[in-house]
Design a protein around this ligand. Structure first.
Ligand code: AKG
Ligand code: FE2
Length: 352
């Protein structure tokens, strides 16, 4: 199986649109990963963002920690190498997590607790990254527009009216700037950049692979084989998050992926954007769509490894999307979870 590339400019003309929709349908149903080209994001915006990454990550650790994730009940900020856990193993990456700027719902004591994920960003305080906040916010706005447009195309590709999925999108979209480095201690093995997972933050993920020529990203296909997803110039990689799988009644599987780093001495940068879900959504809210996505009428399959990925909302362990998302955040960043969500920490961490 290979990863399809979709030229989004084909959507602009009624004569080429059907071709795009047909390829997209196949990509969503059969592969779950795709490259998009001619996506309409200004090349200069991408260049500026890519150029900012080495500067940002080579800041002294004290400067990075001025935006420490530990200080944010919204899980927005900097987390250092080895501080994140995926599939019960530490990841070899450091990252800054941002979102569109929102009022601080934690400070307001908002309920339910998961709404506290909404809040302001933290940016590192250092003169060499003075432009970062404006760059990140401009990129988020551009990606929000692209994601909304793409979600309509995805609906169309699945025989739904174009705007069907829009009411389920949420107030917070998240963006990460990620830096991987192969393990400095293990020299002869692949190291876990990030372990196998299905994205838990949103509908669709749009990933910019910002280190041309550097491999690492892999996707699990339906037969259980891991495929390389090498960087492709001018493209973004799109994959489906857990909300997509729930909304489509399991017809479209959220894509299982990982980053495995070959040994060596190099840096890999990536920028995933996660299109947000309405946090108060329950599985019940998708019932109307489930009539459309009757598994008897759609061909659907998944590898055993993929179907075993931790997906609390899918499994039904948590009633709302927001609860499941908060749980994932707490489990991935336990120090942050313990500090801000002590009252529910044990419950979320100990449920299997
Ligand atoms: O860095 C990458 O290429 C993928 C990152 C990823 O899958 C994630 O952070 O969810
Ligand atoms: Fe991911």
């Amino acid at each position: 199986m290979s990863i399809p590339t979709i030229d989004l400019s084909l959507a602009d003309s009624p004569s080429t649109r059907p071709q795009l929709v047909a390829t997209l349908r196949k990509a969503l149903l059969e592969v779950g990963f795709l490259y998009i080209t001619n996506h309409g994001i200004q090349p200069s915006l991408i260049e500026d963002l890519v150029a900012a990454l080495p500067t940002l990550f080579s800041l002294p650790i004290e400067a990075k920690l001025t935006a420490a994730l530990l200080n944010s009940p919204h899980f927005l900020g900097y987390s250092r190498f080895g501080s994140e856990t995926t599939a019960s193993k530490a990841d070899e990456r450091e990252q800054f997590e941002f979102a569109n700027e929102l009022p601080d719902l934690f400070a307001q004591g908002a309920q339910p607790l998961y709404t506290c994920l909404q809040g302001p960003n933290q940016y590192p305080s250092h003169p060499s990254v003075a432009q970062l906040a404006s760059l990140v916010q401009r990129y988020i706005v551009a990606l929000q527009t692209l994601a909304a447009r793409f979600l309509d195309l995805a609906a169309l590709a699945l025989d739904l009216a174009p705007s069907t999925l829009q009411p389920f999108t949420g107030p917070q979209d998240r963006l990460k700037l990620v830096h991987y480095r192969p393990s400095p201690t293990v020299t002869d093995e692949l190291s876990q950049g990030v372990g196998p997972h299905k994205d838990s933050s949103g509908w669709l993920t749009f990933l910019l692979q910002a280190s041309p020529g550097t491999r690492g990203l892999q996707v699990l296909d339906k037969s259980g084989a891991w495929l390389d997803v090498p960087p492709l110039e001018g493209s973004l990689v799109v994959n489906m998050g857990q909300a997509f799988e729930v909304a489509t009644n399991g017809v479209c599987k959220a894509t299982t992926h990982r980053v495995l780093l070959p040994p060596g001495d190099y840096n890999r940068y990536s920028v995933p954007f996660f299109q947000g879900v309405r946090p108060e959504l329950t599985k019940e809210a998708f019932k109307a769509l489930w009539t459309h996505f009757d598994p008897e009428k759609w061909e659907t399959a998944e590898s055993v490894e993929g179907s075993r990925i931790d997906s609390p909302f899918l499994r039904g362990g948590y009633v709302t999307w927001g609860d499941a998302q908060l749980r994932t955040k707490i489990r991935s960043h336990r120090d942050v979870g313990k500090r801000w969500y002590g009252e529910i920490f044990d419950k979320y961490v100990n449920d299997a």
